[in-house]
Design a protein around this ligand. Structure first.
Ligand code: GLN
Length: 446
């Protein structure tokens, strides 16, 4: 059914970079045979899933939407993808993204644009725009994305689906191509909160292959799907409802707050005083880590290598300048600069201190509140081309989502009505490893 749907809409939406139909049909047959033979199949057997193309898949091209990896076929599979495979799920394709997950609109893909299924002239958000659009357009049932500063939650909001960034360390990053290692997390896109609970059950858990993977017992997330939030305390940080937020988005969020109050939750305004510093600190930390992580693309071991290089340095330089797009180059330069001797203390180290202050804002808020609530994004989906020449404006897209990655906590975006016929996203943020609490609140809003 999803391939039939792809035949109808993929030409217009363009969610995918690679469609893995043969692989999927072989897997589906294998599941069928097991069922016929009475053998056990996994809990999500036969469910189609799409995977952001920055997660390694053995034998299947993995490009990160970068020309520098146009021909890269990984020899191993990311743990999150392997876990879905073990659960019986069928991977139907690899989805489009901003090159190396750097962006908020999927316009930085080195290959093609993805269109928002709600309005084809608009972006699907990013960087996991392909994964969000594929779920919204019915080209898969669920998908995986990655979120470094909002790349799951913002496209989920723009495309009217559910998206979760789990706690840092909750899902293994083994096989996720690194952008900013201290911020990156894999998470699912789904059509509703119930599917989200099932997906978390499959992908969360300890992995010895990732040294930052947390070794804690994960609950059965479906146990949180109860319609009861009586007595829960919810804080709404006023910095997340500031002037830059579209008034129609605010209206929808206020309606949701009203509903939560009627259901018996205590909702009140609070303050997170360091919120304004999250964005500048993020763009120092994320670019510093990216410049270091992307040093490995040199044309030597894999990926693009230019021909006729004069010598090895010429080969490095020309392969990188041909292979990387503008946004990636901008970030590598920024990051290299802020890590250089003489600037390290003034920029990078300072940003790490700011990160601690942001984390303390959250720690303090969670002494009082079970969850924090905000818009996911300041606006609804914007027009293709509207922001490409204005990186700062594009960076401001992530004002509500970035603090969460800085603190390493979980957050989820759920659909919250429409503004001018476009989906609005509502964000719920929780304590580390309190994904269940987020699901519980989100479930009552469906
Ligand atoms: N839009 C943000 C950035 O460009 C976040 C991207 C992400 O979460 N991968 O860095």
């Amino acid at each position: 059914a999803v391939y039939r749907r792809m035949e109808e809409v993929e030409e217009k939406v363009k969610s995918y970079l690679t469609i893995t139909r043969e692989h999927a049909e072989a897997k589906a047959r294998q599941v069928d045979e097991k069922i016929a033979a009475g053998e056990p199949v996994g809990p999500l057997a036969g469910i189609p899933v799409a995977v952001k193309d920055n997660m390694c898949t053995e034998g299947i091209r993995t490009t990160c939407a970068s020309k520098i990896l146009y021909n890269f076929v990984p020899p191993y599979t990311a743990t999150a993808v392997a876990k879905m495979d073990a659960a019986g799920m069928v991977m139907v394709g690899k989805t489009n993204l901003d090159e190396f997950a750097m962006g908020s609109s999927t316009e930085n893909s080195g290959f093609h644009l993805t269109h928002n299924p709600w309005d084809l002239e608009r972006v699907p958000g990013g960087s996991s725009g392909g994964s969000a659009a594929a779920v919204a357009a019915g080209e898969t049932v669920v998908s995986l994305g990655s979120d470094t500063g909002g790349s799951i939650r913002q496209p989920a909001a723009f495309c009217g689906v559910v998206g979760m960034k789990p706690t840092y360390g909750g899902v293994s990053r083994y096989g996720l191509v690194a952008f900013a290692s201290s911020l990156d997390q894999i998470g699912p896109f789904t059509k509703d909160v119930t599917d989200m609970a099932h997906m978390l059950n499959v992908i969360c858990g300890h992995d010895p292959m990732d040294s930052t993977s947390a070794n804690i017992r994960q609950p059965d997330f479906t146990q949180f799907l109860v319609n009861d939030i009586k007595g829960m305390k919810i804080g709404v940080p006023r910095e997340y409802m500031a002037d830059g937020i579209d008034p129609l988005v605010k209206e929808r969020i206020k309606e949701a707050i009203q509903k939560l109050t009627e259901l018996g939750a205590y909702v009140e305004e609070t303050s997170m005083p360091h919120t304004d510093y999250a964005m500048p600190a993020y763009y120092l930390i994320a670019t510093a880590e990216a410049s270091s992580n992307l040093a490995r693309y040199d044309g030597v071991r894999y990926g693009l290598r230019v021909e006729d290089a004069r010598d090895v340095v010429d080969m490095f330089m020309r392969s990188r300048s041909q292979g990387f797009g503008d946004e990636v180059k901008r970030r590598v330069m920024l990051g290299t600069y802020s890590l250089s001797a003489g600037y390290y203390d003034a920029y990078y180290l300072k940003a790490l201190k700011v990160r601690t202050l942001i984390k303390q804002d959250f720690d303090k808020a969670f002494e009082k509140y079970d969850v924090l609530l905000s818009p996911t994004s300041p606006s609804t989906a914007f027009k293709i081309g509207e922001m490409v020449d204005d990186p700062i404006q594009m960076y401001l897209q992530d004002i509500c989502t970035i603090p969460v990655n800085m603190a390493g906590i979980p957050a989820l975006s759920i659909p919250c009505g429409l503004a001018n016929n476009l989906p609005v996203g509502l964000q719920l943020m929780g304590k580390a490893f309190a994904e269940g609490t987020l699901l519980r609140v989100a479930y009552t809003l469906e």
